[in-house]
Design a protein around this ligand. Structure first.
Ligand SMILES: [Zn+2]
Ligand SMILES: [Zn+2]
Length: 428
């Protein structure tokens, strides 16, 4: 309708990551690339959407994610889904490109990713519907060392991000040999208590009883504290595997808590599961989590290859990193043109300095000196360079350090030298 104004806003559960926040995000991304590559992990970028069936099969048709949180739509005659997580796509790519042909005993494939994921979360949870994850997947390693080393890498990432207030929680959920036994024990224990539990738990008790431990209802959690542990039902190989992982973590001097209620929400986990939580963040405090998924690759049409991986929410890491994340990227130097001649000359000078790698700002039209100095402050520029008729005639320019207020005279080569030296001092 004419005269009506529509104001567009980012959709609920989505947000813009603004320029002032980008320094923190880049710091997180760069640190991830750096730390993961030390452990031999290689980056893999898969598409944002996949066949819906891939997630139904891997994540589990009975999970909340597949039942009500996926962005699924039909394009042409295909049902496609925006990825709600990225382990299944990584495994899909691993199988599709036959990566398993190049792995050998003791030499698994290590892959990692960063990027947006999509879940239609209920708004009251305060979660993002487009959120970002970092994840690592180690494929082809049944050894307990795979678990321990990958957990160590996650631990190192948090160290590199200066996130010190954290706790590692560890558990084992058994495997196809022993978990059915535990499931039976648990189901028997749950049966008389079902009326006291929430609706979700009653449904979980039928579909996948282990998932009752994911319940966030306080009364339920209290009741479930009395439930039997997986530990009592473990088969010997699972118990040995878990003991070995723990012994290695002890050897690495990484402290952990064994949490028998930690089951992780997804169907494909086996044996080791873990979580690293930020202490002092309240209830929503998990920084990252993952575990072993030995049945997933063959479930998705590949050979029987074991896997181990984890994913971390980038929004939360950025939040917890706080001030350690580095400082916003700013301009090195603002060219302050003095008068028309100065303004016109600074256009060429800006091109020269940018070609040499300097971050240069300048107005797009001739402006008074005061307005330009105000803008320099706003931009967080480190230097102001004065370009006027006199300076051009002498081939020497006033270069003012905007932090210290000190001003020196330099020639064109000197600009570059001084600015780059200052940048190196600050490491950015
Ligand atoms: Zn419940
Ligand atoms: Zn077992």
């Amino acid at each position: 309708m004419r005269g009506m104004t529509v104001r567009y806003q980012a959709l609920r559960g989505t947000r813009d990551i603004l320029p002032d926040e980008i320094a923190a995000w880049r710091f997180l991304e760069n640190t991830t690339h750096e730390v993961f590559s030390r452990y031999g992990f290689r980056e893999l970028r898969t598409p944002i959407f996949e066949a819906t069936e891939l997630f139904a099969r891997s994540v589990g048709a009975a999970t909340d994610i597949v039942r009500k949180e996926m962005y699924t739509f039909t394009a042409g005659d295909e049902s496609v889904t925006l990825r709600p997580e990225n382990t299944a796509p990584v495994v899909r790519a691993f199988v599709e490109h036959a990566f398993h042909r190049t792995i050998a005993a003791g030499f698994p494939e290590r892959l990692y990713y960063l990027g947006p994921m999509f879940r239609y979360e209920r708004p009251q949870k305060g979660r993002q519907r487009q959120f970002h994850q970092i994840g690592a997947e180690l494929l082809g390693a049944p050894e307990p060392l795979a678990d321990a080393e990958t957990i160590e890498m996650a631990w190192s990432l948090l160290s590199a991000l200066s996130i010190e207030d954290r706790e590692l929680r560890l558990n084992t959920v058994g495997d196809t040999a022993c978990r059915p036994r535990y499931r039976e024990t648990l189901t028997r224990w749950l049966a008389p208590r079902l009326p006291a539990l929430c609706e979700d738990c009653r449904r979980r008790a039928v579909e996948n009883p282990l998932r009752v431990f994911d319940c966030k209802v306080e009364a339920d959690r209290k009741l479930l504290e009395e439930a039997p542990d997986m530990a009592g039902s473990l088969c010997a190989p699972c118990a040995e595997h878990f003991d070995a992982v723990r012994a290695m973590l002890d050897g690495f001097k990484i402290a952990y808590v064994v949490d028998p209620r930690l089951v992780r929400g997804l169907d494909y986990y086996q044996r080791t599961v873990f979580e690293i939580v930020a202490t002092g963040l309240g209830a929503q405090n998990a920084l990252l989590g993952g575990g072993r998924y030995d049945g997933l690759v063959d479930e998705l049409g590949g050979p029987a290859i074991p896997g181990f991986g984890f994913a971390a929410g980038m929004e939360r890491l950025v939040m917890v990193m706080g001030k350690t994340a580095g400082v916003a990227v700013s301009s090195d130097v603002l060219l302050v043109g003095l008068g028309e001649i100065g303004f016109l000359a600074s256009i060429g000078l800006a091109r020269t300095l940018r070609a040499r790698g300097l971050r240069v700002a300048m107005p797009l039209t001739e402006r008074p000196l005061g307005a330009q100095m105000k803008r320099a402050e706003r931009l967080g520029a480190r230097f102001a360079l004065f370009v006027g008729e006199t300076e051009l005639a002498r081939g020497r320019f006033g270069l003012k350090n905007l932090t210290s207020g000190e001003q020196i005279e330099v020639d064109e080569a000197g600009i570059e030298a001084v600015v780059l030296a200052e940048r190196n001092d600050h490491g950015r």
